[in-house]
Every structure is written in C-alpha cells, then in structure tokens.
Design a protein around this ligand. Structure first.
Ligand code: FAD
Length: 455
C-alpha cells in the first residue's frame, strides 16, 4: 500500500524529512489539502493564496520531474486524508509538524483516524525543545536565542531525492486553476510577479543571491532604500527552503552574518510563543492592557482606511503601506514604523493591523505576525513597553528612506533632498498628497494618556 505525504507549509523536495521517511516505505502519494474550515478565522489571506497557487504549480512540476505528482483536494483535512487513504489503500501518513493552534488540532484529528507520523524540519530546532534550566519554555527572546545557539548548527540538510516511487494507480486530483486562488476583480497582484518566483527553485535563487551580501547584512538591513535583507520570508513561510538550508548556506559568510542568524532565531522564537500561548494572535500577552481605550467608531474607521491605503500624510508610513499592497511584502524597519503608527499614533487596536497584514503579506505567518505586532504594541510577553513610541519623522531620515519613499509614493517622486521625509513641514507638500492625519506631538500625548487610563 502507498504512503500519503501530507504537505502544508513544507512545499519542497530537498531537506524534507517527511518525504525522506516516506521514501523508505515504498510508493508515495503526495497530497495538498486546501482546507479553509480548519483554520477558520485564519484561513489564508489574499496575498498568501496568490503565493500558494504558484508554489503548488511549481511543486507539481518538480514532483513530475522525479516520477511523482501532486494530488490536490479540498475540504476538512482529516476527512479528506481519511477518504484518500481509503481510495488508495494507504494507512500511513507522513507530515512535517506545524505549530499554529489549528494545525495542532488537525494533527490530533488525523491521528485518530490514521497512522500519522509527524517530523520536525521547518525550524532551526524543534519548537518546544529549547527549555530553561528548570525545563520550562522561554518567554523572552534573548535567553531563548542564547540557549538555541548552543544547539547549533542544525543538522546537515537532506539531499533532494532523484526519484520518488509512484503508486500503481494515481488517485483523482482536483485542478489548481479551479481553486480560484488568484485574484480576479480587481487583480491587485500584477506587481507581485516582478518580485517573486514562488517555489523551491525560486527560493534557492533568492538564497544564492543573498549569500553574496550576507556578510554586510548588519549594515544594510535597516535601510529600506537598499535591498539589504534576504527577502526569504515567504519562501521560509511556505517551507520552500528550510531554515537549516539557509543556515548552512550563509553561516560561514563572516562579517555581520550572525545578526542575520539571530533573525532566523526570532522565527523559531515566535513558534515557541504560540506553542505556549496559542491565541497570541488575538489575545494580549499582558492582560493589564486589556482595558486600553482603543479608538473605535467612524473616525477611527476612516483613519484605519487611510493607513491601509497609505494616505496618512507621513511619507515613510505611506510608502510602507503601498509597498505592502503592491508587492505583498514590506521592509522590516518599515513594518515596525507602520505598525507603531497604527497602534500609538492612531490608537487603533493592534489586532486590526494584524488582520490587514494577514491578508496582504505573502509571508503572513501566524506566529511571526502575532509576536511582532504584540512586540510593537507593547502588549506582548516580552520586554517592550507601550510607552516606547516610535517617531516616524525621526526614523525616516535616520534610516535614509528618501529613495524608498520616492519609489512607493509617486506624488512625492519629485520632492528633493531632506524635505522628502516631511514635505508638510518643509512647505513643499504637493496638493495630491494628504496632510498629516494627526500631528506627532498630539498623537503621542493621546497615546500616553490612554495607557495611563488602562493601568
Ligand atoms: P531577513 O532580515 O533577511 O531575515 C531572515 C528571515 O528571518 C526572514 O525571512 C524571516 O523568516 C525571519 N525573520 C526576520 N525578522 C523576523 C522577526 N522580527 N520575527 C520573526 N521572524 C523574523 N515575518 C514573517 O515572516 N511573517 C509575518 O507575518 C511577519 N509579520 C510582521 C509584522 C510586524 C508588525 C513586524 C514588525 C514584523 C513582521 N515580520 C513577519 C518579521 C519581519 O519583518 C519579516 O520576517 C522580514 O521583514 C522578512 O524579510 P526578509 O526575509 O528580508 O528578512
């Protein structure tokens, strides 16, 4: 009987421990189940669906090149897998373990019906395995990272198999084009293709490009006008490349590569947080801030819309929000600035921003998104405080964002010199560009008053 290979966010053939284990057992039926029911509120957002479409097409082609293929099915994953097992005579399923709360529930549901074997393989170390001296989980990043580094390097990546044994009969597959994963009206994804080529080959292409400047990561990663970071996040999220592969490819680069490895550490850390606090995407890590008087009502709704559309009158914020819309990705420094702006300047609940990012990011990741939003908000279990309010008009020149703004905010493309950071103040704001939605000082005072009220 064949074995089922259940694929989710691990869409690769190399360094794929579930695939490697299944190959040892004979014929394999690789399957991807499009399941919007299990994650409910966290069904994939629009940008992720765009990515998924192309990633699945790429994976199917890669599988066909080694004698296999990808079976596509829709429905609740435990029911679909049980049905497929009956059709094919399979009774065993291999998969890579995932830590989103809905996937943990789904793994339990599948294990009730079938012989499910879960493997680790998407993180530097298995989430949950890095424990404190007394056997507990870390709450704060720095000690977690110190302990994780003791376990490094990760195991050497497994090679890509040269052939995958096929079953005597292939079960029926649904057609990817009928899944409707791509946007139609309006098609907001026209700019995505220029930046991204989803799939394992695209992931390695990005990784190879990044290898050449990994040593200078520390100097350039904070500058949005420069391509200083790896842009591997969607590839890592969908598991088109593993964290271990990335680590082994760059760890010897020297220079400031350790700063980069620390970011991979943040990715692992986010998983340990959602393992401890599964509803971290919607519940404050610090319950003392549950009473924070977030703004609601029509004015707040209009401000939220202005933020989403990149029309706040703060050029760095608007550039980031428009980059996000146009490409499905935003520079990390600018993610912090835009998130902070929504939460502190507009006093809008961080969960509104989390939802928007969830829908718009090609790398939308439950753990990383929740941890970073809560970190920025100061509502998280880590050390950051709500009262630390980022000043966008200071951040923008500090990180030399001028060209980035000119690229993403066409109304400001002609603004020269330092005026680009705050054309309003410099007296050269073009009429097409909105005035500031709120002044920095007024916003800061309002936020500080609000947090005082919460305590
Ligand atoms: P690099 O700087 O090259 O880093 C390498 C890899 O490390 C990234 O690809 C990513 O997998 C991981 N990484 C880097 N920074 C972080 C971090 N702070 N937390 C967790 N992992 C990190 N990242 C996501 O992958 N998905 C999200 O949904 C997400 N939401 C975010 C929301 C906010 C408000 C903020 C401030 C950050 C968020 N991040 C998220 C983290 C970070 O911004 C992105 O991972 C990074 O910008 C991706 O670009 P890169 O691949 O060039 O990163």
């Amino acid at each position: 009987a064949p074995t089922l290979l259940w694929l989710r966010r691990d869409l690769r053939l190399a360094d794929q421990p579930a695939l490697a284990a299944a190959i040892g057992e004979g014929a394999i039926v690789p399957v991807y189940v499009l399941d919007d029911e299990t994650p409910k509120h966290y069904a994939m957002g629009g940008a992720s669906r765009w990515w998924l479409h192309h990633s699945l097409a790429s994976l199917d082609a890669d599988l066909r090149a080694v004698g296999s293929r990808l079976i596509l099915r829709r429905g609740k994953c435990d029911a679909v897998l049980a049905e497929l097992a009956t059709e094919t005579g399979a009774n065993r399923v291999h998969c890579i373990r995932h830590f989103e709360p809905w996937w943990r529930n789904a793994e339990r549901a599948v294990a009730k019906r079938l012989d499910l074997i879960c493997h680790d393989g998407n993180y530097l170390a298995p989430p949950g395995s890095i424990t404190t001296g007394s056997g507990g989980q870390y709450k704060i990043f720095t000690p977690f990272w110190r302990a994780l580094q003791q376990q490094m390097p990760p195991p050497a990546p497994l090679p890509k198999p040269s052939s995958i044994p096929a079953p005597a009969h292939w079960p029926r597959s649904e057609r990817l084009n009928e899944w409707g994963l791509l946007p139609t009206k309006p098609d907001w994804s026209t700019g995505f293709g220029a930046d991204w080529s989803p799939g394992e080959a695209g992931a390695h292409h990005k990784l190879n490009g990044f290898k050449r400047h990994a040593a200078t990561y520390g100097e350039t990663r904070n500058l949005p006008s420069v391509e200083g970071s790896s842009r591997l996040s969607p590839y890592l999220h969908f598991g088109e490349v593993s964290a271990a592969q990335v680590w082994h490819a760059v760890a010897g680069a020297g220079g400031s590569v350790d700063t980069f490895l620390g970011e991979l550490g943040w990715r692992d850390y986010a998983q340990t947080v959602i393992l401890q606090l599964p509803d971290y995407g919607s519940r404050n890590g610090r319950p003392t801030l549950d009473t924070l008087p977030w703004r609601t009502g029509p004015d707040a709704a209009a401000d939220l819309k202005a933020w989403q559309l990149g029309r706040t009158g703060y050029p760095i914020v608007d550039a980031g929000m428009r980059q996000l819309w146009a490409t499905g990705w935003m520079h990390n420094r600018v993610r912090m600035i835009t998130a902070s702006f929504l939460i502190k300047h507009l006093l809008i609940d961080w969960r509104e921003g989390e939802r928007w990012f969830w829908d718009c990011l090609v790398d939308a990741d439950y753990g990383s998104n929740a941890v970073n939003w809560q970190w920025t908000a100061g509502t998280g279990i880590d050390a950051n405080m709500f009262v630390r309010i980022m000043a966008p008009l200071v951040q923008s020149p500090k990180f030399e964002a001028g060209d980035y703004i000119r690229q993403w905010v066409p109304e400001l493309a002609q603004v020269r010199g330092e005026a680009i950071h705050d054309p309003d103040e410099a007296g050269c704001r073009p009429a097409a560009y909105p005035p500031k939605i709120i002044g920095h000082r007024a916003a800061r005072e309002r936020a500080l008053a609000a947090v005082k009220q919460a305590h």
